[in-house]
Design a binder for this molecule. Structure first.
Ligand code: FES
Length: 553
């Protein structure tokens, strides 16, 4: 079985993108002569190969179609609605394989991306066998951490059981079951979906490594390695396995799993299909477009994120349009869109059971009260209500920490109340203490590091980061916890055009950003060569920018 790969099959420059008309566009790749169809709607682009599913015929515009959404095959006259990617003639027959249309924020170009093979789980198919009670159970632990017991194997997903994520910005909402760490230590294998610290939790792995340094951990072969920081972290894990995308990994005779990439962030995000005796569990975790939107239909269990709010935008921005009411409207609309998207996804895939998870974090530290009050998230209950209305055949599950779902019992009788075991009534569900000082002090220990006594660290650091040749000037201000400039803290300019550190802004026209960073987090990030995700996703900075555009290179 060969590994799944992601390929750009057509690239259009910004000028060509601007000439795309509303509705159907036919395009040809001048390099290989292959043809594509791009459908432009008000707020999105969809694309596919110009190749009929029947016998590979070429599509042309369907002159009978008044809405401008349908193309007609020149061979035997099948018809495809490119707005939905459904074949309308023969009706209710096939879906066209869609390409990912990736529009660049920076240069306005468009890439059509294809995953090959598109549906690798169909290789070596296994018939679903009858299960007996207790043969497959899912136990929700916390956030994105779920324990799958299949036969006599236990697999744990994304264990974040202790400590914060994104420096000091995210804290666990749920109290993990009291035996969670023991369960983790006893797992047969662990899947970690991506490098973000609410999935790859070094405080959790540090504890685990003391008991089971050789526990098998599986990650996808992303171009940005999940465990890039392992050596430096000092955590001793000796059995990390990087596996190719789209290839079954056999755990035993009955259990196997496959890691798939995300269509939008293939360099970083992954999702998982675990299969036991032909029963599939699909965990799309945080993927924006898991496996480019092509996923197995009718799986036994599907779980995905639901909450939103996993970014500093727009809460940490100020100035210009970023008033409180603009932010509130934006957040409300975005959350609504996410809820609709998840509902539609579940509706199209028709899993037997759906479980929202991977959204149970809180901005618990008192210094982040503003974020906590503004960063409203979707409720799993609201999502499940919406799903039940759209997909009456899907059973929804909103688990509490320690809730156990017995798949065999649900499949046999979805109304069987004993198929799901809830934790005892006295169980503490929500965390109310987080050991803030332990973790914040650890970060703040970086403040007094010797290197920061010398202003030259600034040049060393940005030279090491190596970003330049971009017409952007930033002003970075070190602050206290409340984003007040710190006495004795650094306040400096970086000009990324030629990577210089001027005292005043240059005369030429340039994009400008002012970034206030909490000193402890900033220095911890600098000292350890970490990603600025800790600052940005962890709400540890405040930003204003002129012009108000997203910079990316
Ligand atoms: S090849 Fe398209 S209808 Fe036959």
């Amino acid at each position: 079985m060969t590994s799944q790969v992601s390929m750009t099959v057509l690239r259009l420059q910004a000028e060509d993108v601007q000439t795309l008309k509303d509705g159907i566009n036919f395009k040809k790749n001048p390099e290989d002569g292959k043809c594509y169809i791009i459908y432009k709607a008000k707020d999105k682009l969809r694309a596919c190969r110009n190749q009929c599913k029947h016998q590979g015929g070429l599509f042309i515009k369907d002159i009978e179609d008044m809405d401008g959404r349908t193309v007609r095959c020149t061979k035997h006259y099948w018809k495809l609605n490119v707005a939905t990617m459904e074949y309308v003639n023969p009706p209710d027959s096939f879906m066209q394989d869609e390409l990912e249309a990736v529009l660049s924020d920076t240069d306005g170009s468009l890439e059509l991306v294809e995953l090959n093979p598109p549906d690798p789980w169909t290789t070596e198919p296994r018939e679903a066998q009858e299960l007996h009670a207790g043969e497959i159970t899912l136990t929700y632990i916390t956030h994105a951490c779920m324990e799958l017991k299949a036969g006599n194997k236990k697999m744990m997903f994304d264990p974040w059981l202790t400590g914060p994520a994104f420096a000091r910005g995210w804290w666990l909402l749920h109290e993990p079951p009291s035996d969670a760490m023991d369960r983790l230590c006893q797992a047969d294998l662990i899947y970690i979906s991506h490098m973000h610290s609410d999935h790859l939790s070094y405080p959790t792995l540090r504890q685990l490594s003391k008991k089971r340094p050789d526990i098998p951990i599986y990650v996808g072969n992303t171009s940005r390695p999940v465990f890039w920081y392992l050596e430096k972290s000092g955590v001793n894990l000796t059995n990390v396995n990087v596996v190719p995308f789209g290839v079954w990994q056999n755990v035993d005779d009955h259990l196997r799993f496959m890691i798939l990439m995300d269509g939008v962030h293939p360099e970083m995000d992954t999702c998982l299909i675990a299969e036991y005796k032909g029963h599939m569990i699909l965990n799309t975790v945080d993927c924006t477009r898991p496996n480019n939107g092509r996923l197995p239909h009718g799986v036994d269990v599907m779980m995905s994120d639901f909450a939103g709010g996993a970014s500093g935008f727009p809460m940490t921005f100020h100035g210009g349009k970023y008033t409180e009411s603009w932010k509130a409207d934006f957040i409300k609309n975005e959350r609504k869109k996410l809820l609709n998207y998840k509902t539609q996804l579940v509706k199209s895939l028709q899993p037997k059971i759906y479980c929202p998870f991977a959204g149970y974090f809180t901005e618990a530290h008192p210094s982040d009260r503003y974020i906590k009050e503004t960063n409203n998230k979707n409720s799993p209950v609201d999502l499940n209500d919406s799903i039940r209305k759209s997909c009456p055949n899907t059973l929804t599950w909103t688990p509490l920490p320690g809730s156990v779902l017995d798949l065999a019992l649900v499949l046999k009788d979805p109304s069987n109340r004993s198929a799901i075991t809830e934790p005892p009534n006295i169980t503490k569900i929500y965390k109310d203490t987080w050991d803030f000082d332990l973790y914040v002090d650890e970060l703040n220990a970086s403040i007094s590091a010797e290197i920061f006594k010398h202003k030259s660290w600034i040049q060393h650091y940005y030279n090491w980061a190596g970003f330049k040749g971009y017409n952007l000037v930033i002003r970075v201000i070190e602050t206290d916890d409340d984003f007040k400039p710190l006495r004795g803290g650094y306040d400096y300019l970086v000009d990324f055009m030629g990577l210089s550190f001027p005292d005043t802004r240059p005369e030429r026209e340039h994009a400008y950003e002012e970034i206030k960073n909490r000193v402890g987090v900033m220095r911890h990030v600098v000292l350890n060569g970490l990603l600025w995700d800790d600052l940005y996703i962890g709400f540890n900075n405040r930003m204003s920018r002129d012009p108000d555009v997203y910079h990316h290179k």
